[in-house]
Design a protein around this ligand. Structure first.
Ligand code: 9YT
Length: 129
């Protein structure tokens, strides 16, 4: 069994901090679960265009407020605590944290993230690295 605590991940290589988000990877590909689980902070006021062409991602909001826009149809969905969204169509999207509010989200990726990915110019993570 794997037992981990967020406090043991903070400040390690599995704590990935970028301009718009900070992803603490709780479970990764090498853990062998078939998915990865991340505790992610979307920073206050951030606007993040993303397109996970090679992954399915589900995201559950546990702190803060914001919105998500699906690029194909321009629909905007408010995000508040208790909202889950699942990018079941590999939906191209823009994630926004409200001004004055970060968002904290539990993210699950299938296939799992290895921890070595960076977003490409197209907003995707590469497949299976
Ligand atoms: C919610 C989201 O897509 N955030 C970007 C970072 C990503 N979740 C990651 O690698 O943890």
């Amino acid at each position: 069994m794997i037992v981990r605590q967020l406090k043991d991940i903070i400040g390690t290589k599995n704590d990935v901090d970028t301009e718009g988000w900070n992803s603490r990877r709780l479970l990764l590909k090498d853990d062998g679960m078939g998915y990865s689980v991340h505790d992610t902070i979307i920073k206050e006021g951030a606007e993040l265009p993303m397109h996970y062409k090679n992954h399915l991602e589900a995201v559950y909001l546990i702190e803060g407020k914001g919105e998500i826009e699906t690029v194909a149809d321009g629909k905007v969905y408010p995000l508040e605590i208790g909202t889950i969204y699942a990018l079941d169509q590999h939906d191209q999207h823009v994630l926004r944290a409200n001004k004055g509010s970060h968002m904290r989200m539990v993210c699950v990726f299938n296939p799992p993230v290895s921890g070595r990915e960076v977003h490409g110019p197209d907003g995707a993570y590469p497949a299976d690295i």
